[in-house]
Design a protein around this ligand. Structure first.
Ligand code: G4P
Length: 194
């Protein structure tokens, strides 16, 4: 069993049938051991794909992304939800990301300087729900002419549509934990039945 799964079982709080609270170890207070272990698994899966850059979106994707970047010895780039006044619009790639969870659409950007057509990009994020964040990041990579080598996710909510959408978009997805259901105040994992 992965350490992340252990922490979810021990400390995850089911808020409702769609939302799992993990702020004691993943997206507010962060357990470095969770980061170390998930990074190890991402490196095992994606390590031989010639990754040149890790891409994520602020804020909660940054912690796992920097750990993977460090383990692979490549830079980590995070898409920003606010546009820095120092960047002119012609100097950035931009896309819209709609969050169903937060019922909010954000314009997210990265500087053209840090995504090049020769890059092989691994996308890392904390949650996969409806796939909007990852699809937005894939769009930014596409605009740059670079290649997405895969998408690494800490917690996938497999009962939502994200995996299906990303697969349709041709992504190789690797999730550390796959949650089948959050019904009845209980976390049920996909692999529990396998
Ligand atoms: P999607 O990208 O897969 O479509 O997911 P969605 O829009 O539904 O989720 C958007 C935000 O909500 C993301 O944070 C994501 O991490 C968070 N989120 C989604 N499902 C859960 C959940 O079950 N529990 C928790 N705790 N968070 C969830 P964000 O908008 O990028 O903001 P940030 O928290 O990274 O700053």
């Amino acid at each position: 069993m992965s350490y992340l799964k252990e922490r979810i079982i021990q400390d995850g709080i089911v808020i409702n049938e769609n939302i799992l609270k993990v702020d004691s170890f993943l997206n507010h207070q962060i357990d470095p051991k969770v980061m170390r272990e998930v990074s190890k698994q991402f490196v095992e899966y994606f390590g031989n794909k010639g990754v040149t850059k890790i891409l994520t979106i602020e804020a909660s994707g940054i912690a796992p992304a920097i750990w993977v970047a460090s383990d692979l010895g490549v830079p980590m780039l995070f898409a920003k939800k606010t546009e820095p006044s120092t960047l002119k619009s012609e100097d950035l790639y931009a896309t819209e990301v709609h969050s169903f969870t937060k019922n909010k659409t954000s314009r997210v950007i990265v500087s053209k300087k840090y995504l090049k057509s020769e890059d092989k990009v691994l996308i890392i994020d904390d949650f996969l729900a409806n796939g909007e964040a990852s699809l937005g990041l894939m769009d930014l990579v596409k605009q740059s002419g670079a290649e997405v080598v895969g998408v690494g996710i800490c917690i996938e909510k497999s009962f939502q549509s994200g995996r299906e959408k990303l697969e349709q978009a041709g992504a190789d997805i690797y999730s550390i934990c796959r949650i089948k259901s959050l019904a009845n105040q209980t976390v049920e994992f996909v692999e529990d039945e396998e």
